[in-house]
Ligand binder design. Structure first.
Ligand code: F6R
Length: 598
């Protein structure tokens, strides 16, 4: 999704902005641009496609004197991915970049056109820069003109604006979309801006995460006025692929390590503790609603089985974009859990704000500390997956699942539904599950060979039962995201109620067949498909008759171990098919890493 960077200082601005945008590339984009203002010269460069196109456009330009610069990667919402629609947007003497959506842009645009403004793009963003210049006709003070501009905008935004009328300044505003201001490590007077931490790591040592409603202007040295700045930690090592073909592949291979991070300090030999939460956090809670999108929603669906089975708490799981407008019935004794890798997903964030307003207690399961969702929630549990660069989520999902399992056992113990013997067995199983996610070269090779048989056909059904049903949904989502093949996840017992009509030799069924959960039931469902000549790939820890392929997994002691082992197999299955089809696995078409628009 769209990304923003900005800089005030004397270093070469073009390269700094391009480097910053590169750090945001993984979020997905279709065009990019930068604008630099120095010596009262305002230069703007924009290009469709990858950043290399933009680099090419500005290869002969450099700016080493004191000045300001802004940059943007755009993921099209209003208007096609064209150069005219790429940011920065331009008026007579100012440029703007913007993340989010200006909902009332049509009205503003009509008014501005009637006042003689000419628009060059189809975007909502362009109105901001025209509105600013219009305000300046009656207002000498640029900050006041900027404030008047922002006051007229409805919707979500993170905005940076530069203007020849104040050539040493960057004007900023935040409402609903994230925006961070950082102080340079090298020169405390210099200032960086970004829409997430990634571009700032290594460049800024202290940062301010702006709150909704924040706006203002920054000049060299102005960072000192922030009294609430936080230290920015982190290294750039995550940015390298370390020999893997794709970040997604690297992240799949990292899972066994990051799962230990998730467990650290929470899971010990004989107990589970969650020091982040007060001991009475769950006291009055009688039911749970989990709210999320995409892969995080699948983690939520899986957690329902765990919360109900282990902690005996009624759990409802909702898709954030549906929940927001459904006038949901909310009970006082309900805990609202939001799950989000990025912590910035607009639908999830807005659902969270909605229930918070109604007085519900909220808990975030999130991978990004200081993200909007973490800051908005009453309490949070961080998944600790590290930065995930592949657009298709893998290690973030793994850590969400581990954390939700930890939470359900913690609650089960607290409510007296789990004996100390069962607690020990869950802990042993968690440790073993983390180990099971270590990718063996044998498994990877096998899947690579197998993948060539699953490139065509008229579609995939991933089928499973119980907690393996949401895993089937996730397996199907991974495949469609990066291979662009049609895939659906389905409860295997439900196939006979309709979808089995599609079964023929060109239908691929990927069957999740755990030994430790409802094995005989899913076996019958697989036989029903086999009898209708579907091409079946079974994933199991045991040999299966009557199917086309068996992806044999190492034997496991519990169904949760099987869950994590199968999760890895499904991720690699999607990865290898996508690679064979020649797709860019890390940046699949049309997708964005952090979906900050509704
Ligand atoms: C799929 C994927 C998306 C996200 C979804 C929610 O691989 O990554 O489906 O899970 O956009 O994002 P977060 O978890 O950041 O709220």
């Amino acid at each position: 999704m769209c990304g923003i960077v900005g800089y005030i200082g004397k270093n070469e601005k073009k390269q700094l902005l391009l480097n910053g945008l590169k750090e945001l590339e993984y979020r997905g984009y279709d065009s990019a641009g930068i604008a630099i203002l120095s010596h009262n010269e305002l230069q703007t460069f924009r290009a469709v496609g990858k950043l290399s196109q933009l680099e090419n456009k500005c290869k002969d330009f450099s700016s080493t004197d004191l000045g300001v610069g802004i940059g943007h990667t755009r993921w099209a919402t209003h208007g096609k991915p064209t150069e005219a629609n790429a940011h920065p947007h331009i008026a007579d003497f100012s440029n703007v970049v913007h993340n989010g959506i200006i909902e009332n842009y049509q009205e503003i645009k009509s008014t501005l056109i009637s006042k003689g403004h000419t628009f060059l793009s189809q975007t909502d963003t362009e109105v901001i820069v025209h509105l600013f210049e219009e305000s300046l006709k009656n207002e000498y003070d640029c900050l006041k003109a900027f404030q008047q501009t922002i006051a007229q905008l409805k919707g979500a935004f993170a905005i940076l604006l530069i203007t020849k009328k104040a050539p040493d300044s960057i004007f900023y505003a935040k409402n609903g979309s994230p925006l961070i201001i950082g102080r340079s490590c090298d020169d405390a007077n210099e200032i960086y801006f970004a829409s997430s931490d990634a571009p700032l790591i290594g460049l800024a040592d202290r940062v301010v995460y702006l709150e909704d409603g924040d706006m203002g202007v920054m000049k060299l040295g102005d960072f000192a006025r922030f009294k609430n700045a936080k230290k920015l930690d982190g290294t750039k090592s995550y940015a390298q692929k370390e020999g893997y073909r794709y970040f997604m592949e690297k992240e799949i291979y990292e899972q066994h390590k990051v799962l230990l991070e998730t467990m650290m300090g929470r899971v010990s030999e004989g107990d589970i503790t969650l020091n982040e939460l007060s001991s009475d956090f769950f006291t009055d809670i009688k039911q749970i609603t989990i709210c999320a999108c995409g892969t995080s929603y699948h983690a939520g669906l899986s957690a329902k089985y765990l919360f109900e089975r282990l902690a005996k708490i009624k759990t409802n799981v909702v898709i954030a974009s549906e929940f927001r407008y459904a006038l949901p019935v909310i009970n006082d004794d309900e805990l609202f859990i939001v799950i989000s890798q990025s912590g910035e997903t607009a639908d999830t964030l807005e659902a969270l704000k909605l229930v918070k307003k109604k007085g519900l207690k909220t808990l975030a399961i999130c991978n990004v500390d200081n993200s909007s969702i973490v800051r908005e929630s009453h309490a949070s549990l961080l998944t600790r997956a590290g930065i995930e660069k592949g657009v298709a989520s893998t290690k973030a999902f793994a850590t969400q699942m581990m954390l939700l399992w930890i939470l359900s056992v913690y609650l089960g113990k607290q409510r007296g539904h789990i004996s100390s013997q069962e607690l020990k067995s869950h802990i042993a199983s968690m440790v073993e599950s983390a180990k099971k996610t270590r990718v063996s070269s044998h498994l990877h090779e096998h899947i690579k060979r197998l993948s060539k048989r699953y490139l065509h056909g008229h579609g995939f059904f991933f089928i499973g039962r119980d907690i393996f049903y949401p895993l089937a949904l996730e397996g199907a989502l991974k495949l469609k995201e990066i291979s662009y093949l049609h895939a659906e996840g389905y409860p295997s017992g439900e196939m006979k109620h309709g979808p089995i009509a599609l079964a023929d030799s060109e239908l691929f069924a990927v069957a999740l067949m755990p030994t430790h959960l409802l094995f005989d039931k899913i076996k019958s469902n697989v036989q029903e498909l086999s009898a209708r000549d579907a091409t079946i790939c079974a994933i199991s820890t045991q040999h299966i008759d009557g199917v086309d392929d068996v992806l044999m997994l190492e034997s496991c002691q519990s169904y949760m171990e099987e869950f994590f082992t199968m999760m890895v197999a499904l991720q690699i299955f999607a990865l290898e098919i996508a690679i064979r089809l020649g797709n860019d696995v890390d940046m699949p078409r049309n997708l964005a890493k952090s979906v900050t628009v509704e």
